[in-house]
Design a binder for this molecule. Structure first.
Ligand code: FES
Ligand code: MG
Length: 570
């Protein structure tokens, strides 16, 4: 490639005043002039923050990426974007996924960058960065931060999914407060993101199966030195991707998305996958809808025996061979020839690998569960669909009819759930309203409502739960999520009353409120919708956020605007 065709030369290659300005201020960082003369300039998009503990090691990771970029003859420039830590951000990190994607998109486009390395870790940081980069469409590669080491608590292996178990035990009084405190420190004992197949690991598997990362990216623990080696190799590779002009849209084809859906079924990936993948597809201009998840995920069994659907942790997954082994097993269902960031077909990522632990990664002949993937259900309660993860549900509840116990919003739920007078039994269906994209706002991970205390005491461990919210990828249970349209815009969910009968039939793909159309219409005519924010980002978000079945992106962010900027700054 000629140096003049580098995008960055539109800045550093300029003559006169503009070129002087573009180069001079870079030189204040001690950069010799030759670095700015026709070397590929590689942005490192860093979501480091001490408020995002899962990504707190990213400055070190960026150094490894830089070493690789220098080795390959490129010039690295690290830049920050807003970081989203799942655990600290209120009311939910999801409120800001689209905001970060705008930050990423504009930061890449506005700057002299020829290619970009996206440093992704905690849940939302991956889709936000991929969405933003997709709307610019220059050569891009993802380096994930890697999962934490497996937690160890009193001789037992633990991970984030145990938060939900410990919390129930603590509420029941079987786990004293002192033990609860000890478990905190035991669970998150190393750098990295959640150590189970929660949303962060699901996203890391998503980028690898889409072809956006080098092989093996999904599973290497954050604390393992081979994570740094992968970062170094990714830094080398992005320089060549710029020379080859291998753009994101060359990798993100319809077939790549189908591969990601197939892989997500076999890993028992998070329900959040569906929202994020839909949003990414819309950015890059690939047609994808909810039904594609039923189609491409069908017949795929659960191959990864990882929590929350199975038993093991991401560290075990890596030692067993990681995602390439699982993809090799899925070979017959994958589009083998889709191009990945390596420049080679997808099959090259997995053809030469072996499984080192069949307890962790099963085979098509010996899967861990025939129930896998994410099932989309439809009915008068969710005309645009809702989702459920069968592998994390109780088989006996997948076909269930029960009476609704309704919570109008999260405060109503918190107030009533442990009230001994609550009219609920184990056949009841818990319904939580107004936790959707506009309603909360931001669609928080509260869909896996805790079981009422009085039922817990009777030994009830699962119930059918329905909401327009999301669930943590580390959560489990027979939980129907993402009901669309949501309650806050007047979806049928908004008019469900205590005692209404609801029928869920997952094999048939239906969710039905047993109330007549006339009665539904009558109740809707009396509905008072919640008020929306009147200023700031939340106002913009509520005005423009799309429903869950479309990916919950802002409507004006669909598609992309390319990488060209013609006007100069002075
Ligand atoms: Fe960051 Fe789980 S909290 S990945
Ligand atoms: Mg989460």
């Amino acid at each position: 490639m000629e140096k003049d065709s580098l995008r960055s030369q539109g800045w550093f290659g300029k003559k006169g005043k503009d070129g002087f300005i573009y180069r001079a201020w870079m030189k204040n960082q001690g950069i010799p002039g030759h670095q700015l003369q026709g070397k590929p300039v590689i942005g490192i998009c860093n979501t480091w923050s001490e408020l995002t503990p899962c990504n707190a090691h990213f400055r070190e990771l960026a150094e490894s990426v830089k070493n690789g970029i220098y080795e390959a003859g490129g010039y690295p420039v690290e830049f920050p974007v807003m970081s989203l830590g799942e655990t600290l951000i209120k009311p939910t990190a999801m409120l800001f996924r689209n905001l970060v994607s705008m930050d990423v998109e504009e930061s890449i486009r506005a700057n002299p960058i020829d290619g970009v390395v996206l440093l992704c870790g905690c849940d939302k940081t991956t889709p936000a960065l991929v969405m933003g980069a997709a709307s610019v469409d220059i050569p891009s590669i993802v380096v994930s931060g890697g999962p934490m080491l497996t937690g160890k608590y009193k001789g037992k292996e633990i991970g984030t999914s145990d938060v939900w178990r410990f919390s129930e035990a603590n509420r029941m009084g079987t786990m004293p407060d002192e033990d609860f405190l000890v478990a905190e420190a035991c669970m998150a004992r190393s750098r990295g993101h959640c150590a189970v197949m929660g949303t962060a690991s699901t996203m890391a598997c998503m980028v690898e199966s889409l072809g956006l990362s080098l092989a093996g990216n999904a599973a290497i623990p954050a604390a393992d030195s081979r994570r740094k080696v992968l970062a170094h190799m990714s830094g080398m590779r992005i320089v060549d991707m710029v020379k080859e002009d291998l753009k994101m849209s060359d990798v993100l084809t319809r077939q790549a998305f189908e591969n990601a859906i197939t892989v997500n079924a076999a890993i028992g990936g998070s329900t959040n996958f569906i929202i994020h993948l839909l949003a990414i597809a819309a950015r890059i201009g690939v047609e994808l809808n909810m039904d594609d998840f039923n189609t491409s995920g069908r017949k795929i069994p659960l191959l990864a025996n990882l929590q929350p659907s199975g038993q093991y942790f991401m560290e075990d997954f890596y030692y067993a061979g990681g995602l390439p082994v699982l993809m090799k097993e899925l070979d017959q269902f994958l589009h083998r020839d889709t191009i990945t960031v390596s420049g080679k077909p997808m099959s090259a990522n997995y053809c030469d690998c072996d499984c080192y632990n069949p307890e962790v990664i099963g085979t098509m002949d010996k899967p861990f569960n025939t129930q896998a993937g994410i099932t989309v259900v439809r009915g008068n309660l969710c005309e645009n669909g809702a989702v459920l993860k069968p592998s994390a549900a109780t088989p006996g509840l997948l076909v269930h009819t029960g009476k609704a116990v309704v919570f109008e919003n999260i405060e109503d739920y918190r107030h009533k759930i442990d009230d001994p007078a609550l009219n609920v039994d184990e056949s009841s269906i818990l319904v939580l309203k107004n936790v959707g994209p506009k309603g909360y706002p931001g669609m928080p991970e509260v869909g896996n409502m805790a079981i009422p205390k009085k039922l817990l005491e009777q030994g009830v461990t699962d119930m059918v739960r329905i909401s327009d919210g999301r669930m943590s990828g580390t959560g489990f249970g027979t939980v129907v999520l993402h009901v669309s349209p949501e309650a806050a815009i007047g979806g049928t969910l908004a008019i469900v009353q205590d005692g209404d009968t609801i029928s869920l039939n997952v094999p048939a793909g239906t969710l039905h409120l047993e109330v007549s159309d006339e009665e539904i219409a009558r109740r809707k005519s009396n509905l008072v919708l919640p008020e929306m924010a009147t200023r700031g980002y939340t106002h913009l978000y509520q005005q423009h956020v799309e429903q869950a079945h479309l990916g919950a992106d802002l409507d004006f962010l669909r598609g992309g605007s390319g990488s060209s900027v013609v006007r100069d700054s002075h």
